[in-house]
Design a binder for this molecule. Structure first.
Ligand code: ATP
Length: 572
């Protein structure tokens, strides 16, 4: 009873995500909905036939039996078609939603993605997606049963307008109760959804922090009791409370149904001549209607859960701004010069209300030049590298590439200039480089060059294993960088995990070779033994460049006595 109004709410109160999904599968949804409506209508028609068969005369029975049989087959077929189509719709919605989020994540500005965080993306891709897909499974149940209930009400109106009027009053009461419960319940489901995003971060700590948790019993207990267990409990509690409110209102609806039936049977139908016949007719409708009504009352909460998840996905994907134009299909850029002019980036730390400012910085890079970027921990080296390679757009100042200002229209193209190995690099198990080289041959040649030929091979465009030490995995990343063969190489503390022998290889063979190939190279390093090998050395302190020495470093003592050539306007 409550249903028609709430069905209306759910059909029209769509989030952008549901709208998108519905628009993607419009035809399938229309087909499945028609099959559901046909199923509901045939079911009511079947009921009408059962009712009239009870009082039918013998000569009509044969014809009625045929119609009954035909309707029963139609009920079966429409049920099958509706459910298969909705199952397909559910699976399709799930897949569409996953690709929708994945594409949004890929296109999102890097800084936005950093701010959203991996846990929220994971939560959206897994649990929220599943809830939304389930909407398409509960939708046919809601639709079919709504049609059956509506049909029953019409049938009732034909039997008696007084009964129909009473039904409308009961629907009003039911809706009010449901609405009040709905407002409260949604708040709890929302809280559960927010907590679930945090829970996914704790799930990651379970695997990422596996070593620490095993080595420290107190930490393990505290992590489970105060962090993970607490979060699991909050999600359980909030969701149970929210869903219980819905179930409470469903029970209220249920009570109203029986109150309604009682009123009709004992109050409205008085001592009329055909009492037994009229009672039989009503009893049949009631019995037939109770099942669909209950199914409706139970499935609407599931649709609400989907709604909350869809809102959550919506919120996450909406903040994934994609301000840059994708520049697929353009040929890779070549490098003449890169100029950083007054570039600046700020990090705001909400908890401590502190701001870290990097810049303003002026720098120039050209091909065939090796630049070392040095400085203490947290001085801003990686941040500068992220700005240089176009992962962060400068908040102030600009980057000029081959004489052209880098902006939203060409930043994606500009980024194709760089092969990078950040300290938190990621290795894809497949080699995704598409430079036209024979990946297997070239990959294996490079593996031999980096002394890894006995550990790992490239086979069918993939590394045979990634189960290697951190230093070896970094060498694999170097193989990938070589295969990319871009004009600019950026290494963020690459050599930190290498043994002394390979450090020598890196600084004395790999880097000079890259220079000879005409590559521009930026090396973030703490290896002061090798600083003198740089063509230029720049030092960062508290987000400012304090030294930009163009001269070749002959020894590190000359470095220590060098005067800063770049004024720091940001000194703290
Ligand atoms: N993702 C981030 N969000 C917010 N603040 C950040 C983030 N990354 C870095 N910071 C802030 O910026 C400062 C500089 O960090 P950055 O990683 O650039 O330093 P770094 O010189 O590369 O340090 P290290 O030598 O330890 O790698 C840090 O002190 C930190 O406060």
């Amino acid at each position: 009873m409550v249903i028609i109004r709430h069905l209306h709410i759910h059909l029209y109160y769509e989030t952008a995500v549901l709208k998108y999904l519905i628009s993607q599968s419009k035809r399938l949804l229309i087909g499945a909905s028609i099959a559901s409506v046909v199923h509901g209508a045939c079911s009511v028609f079947l009921l009408a036939q059962i009712s009239s068969a009870l009082t039918a005369e013998a000569p009509d029975r044969m014809e009625m039996a045929l119609i009954f049989g035909g309707t029963a087959v139609a009920v079966m077929l429409s049920y099958m078609v509706a459910n298969i189509l909705f199952e397909r719709l559910g699976q399709r919605a799930h897949a569409e939603l996953r690709s929708f989020i994945a594409k949004r994540v890929i296109a999102s500005d890097y800084r936005h993605l950093e701010l959203i965080g991996a846990a929220r993306v994971q939560s959206a891709l897994s649990e929220h997606c599943t809830h939304v897909a389930e909407f398409f499974v509960s939708f046919p149940i809601i639709l079919t049963n709504a049609v059956i209930v509506a049909g029953c009400l019409i049938y009732m109106a034909l039997l008696s307008w007084q009964v129909f009027l009473l039904a409308v009053i009961v629907i009003g009461f039911g809706s009010l109760g449901y609405h009040l419960a709905h407002l409260r319940a949604i708040r709890h489901l929302d809280t559960a959804a927010q907590e679930q995003d945090r829970l996914f971060a704790y799930f990651r700590s379970l695997t990422d922090g596996a070593k620490e948790l095993r080595l420290n019993r107190d930490k393990r207990v505290a992590f489970y009791d105060n962090v993970l267990g607490k979060s699991i409990e909050i999600v359980r509690h909030e969701r149970t409370f929210g869903m219980s409110l819905f179930i409470g209102s469903a029970s209220w609806g249920n009570f109203l149904i029986y109150a309604f039936i009682g009123m009709v049977l004992f109050v409205l139908v008085g001592d009329v001549p055909d009492r037994a016949l009229i009672m039989t007719g009503f009893a049949l409708v009631f019995v037939y209607m109770v099942g669909p009504l209950e199914a409706l009352l139970l499935n609407i909460p599931r649709a609400n859960l989907a709604q909350v998840s869809a809102d959550r996905i919506d919120e996450i994907t909406r903040t994934m701004a994609a301000s840059e134009e994708q520049t697929d299909g353009l040929s890779p850029p070549s490098l003449q010069s890169i100029k950083l002019q007054g570039v600046l980036h700020r990090y705001y730390h909400e908890q401590s209300d502190e701001l870290f400012t990097m810049g303003p910085i002026d720098l120039e890079f050209c091909p065939g030049q090796i630049t070392f970027l040095v400085g203490g921990n947290g001085s801003g080296k990686t941040t500068l590298a992220k700005l240089l390679v176009g992962l962060y757009p400068p908040e102030e100042g600009q980057i000029i590439f081959n004489g052209t200002v880098v902006d939203e229209t060409n930043r994606d193209h500009y980024r194709q200039l760089f092969s990078t190995i950040f300290s938190d690099f990621h290795l894809f198990d497949r080699l995704l480089e598409t430079g036209g080289v024979d990946l297997d041959n070239e990959g294996n040649r490079l593996l031999a060059k980096l002394h890894l030929q006995n550990k790992v091979k490239v086979k069918d465009g993939a590394f045979t294993t990634l189960e290697l030490s951190q230093g070896q995995r970094k060498r694999l990343a170097l193989v990938v960088a070589y295969l990319e063969n871009r004009p600019f190489f950026m290494f963020d503390e690459w050599a930190a995990d290498q043994d002394p022998v390979f450090k020598e290889v890196f600084y004395r063979e790999v880097l000079p070779e890259l220079r000879a190939m005409g590559k521009a190279v930026l090396v973030i390093s703490h290896d002061d033994r090798y600083f003198h090998l740089a063509d230029r050395l720049i030092r960062m302190e508290s987000g400012c460049l304090t030294l930009n020495s163009q001269a070749a470093m002959k020894d590190k003592d000359s470095l220590a006595s060098a005067t800063p050539s770049v004024a720091c306007s940001n000194a703290v």
